[in-house]
Design a protein around this ligand. Structure first.
Ligand code: ZN
Length: 198
């Protein structure tokens, strides 16, 4: 489990840092983000949470994970809005980060250089098992990367892939439970082969 670095000399430190929490659907990314943010809140740090306004699956202003533990958040249209709205907070959480464009990378860098702890959660691969930017780029520049895993819905092994159950090919399709399964590499590949043969 991720343990925060020692930050007792924080006042003298100029730069913050970047954490990435990534993985497939149903891997507990948002739960892990909420866990870290809750601990910061308990320590009375100022926390701001952002998510792309495209993600309207649940309540407009909450970061909600599938198990419904929620933290209030601000929906934004563009990554740059985060810079304007982050204010003087200590910790910035960003959920569903794969729905922002690559400008999120620079936004996270700026936030961290201004002394903030930035925690970004998002899908690292799309439904075609291709790297889903900007998460891979953020992984490259982050101090800490945590890849969380789901359980394969087909065989019970560790799962890293988001298998789309429909033949839909649009890249951005929000992750309702019915539309996807978490799958291991083998079961993902078998599913894709089957689809190709049909
Ligand atoms: Zn499997």
């Amino acid at each position: 489990m991720f343990v925060e670095p020692h930050i007792n000399n924080r006042v003298e430190r100029k730069a913050g840092w970047i954490e990435v929490i990534c993985g497939s659907m149903f891997s507990g990314k948002t739960e892990e983000l909420i866990r870290r943010l809750n601990r910061a809140l308990i320590a009375e740090q100022k926390v701001e949470i952002f998510k792309p306004s495209i993600d309207k699956r649940y309540h407009e202003k909450d970061v909600v994970s599938h198990n419904s533990r929620a933290i209030r958040s601000t929906p934004v249209d563009f990554a740059n809005d985060i810079l304007l709205k982050a204010g003087n907070c200590d910790v910035v959480g960003i959920d569903e980060a794969q729905f922002f464009d690559n400008s999120l990378v620079e936004v996270c860098e700026k936030l961290s250089y201004s002394g903030k702890r930035v925690i970004v959660a998002g899908l690292d691969m799309d439904f075609e098992a291709k790297p889903f930017e900007p998460i891979p780029m953020l992984m490259g520049i982050a101090e800490y990367v945590t890849k969380v895993h789901a359980i394969c819905a087909t065989c019970g092994n560790i799962a890293s892939f988001s298998f789309r159950l429909s033949d839909d090919t649009e890249k951005v399709k929000l992750g309702e439970k019915e539309a996807y399964q978490a799958r291991c590499r083998t079961c993902y590949q078998e599913g894709m082969k089957q689809r190709f043969n049909d």
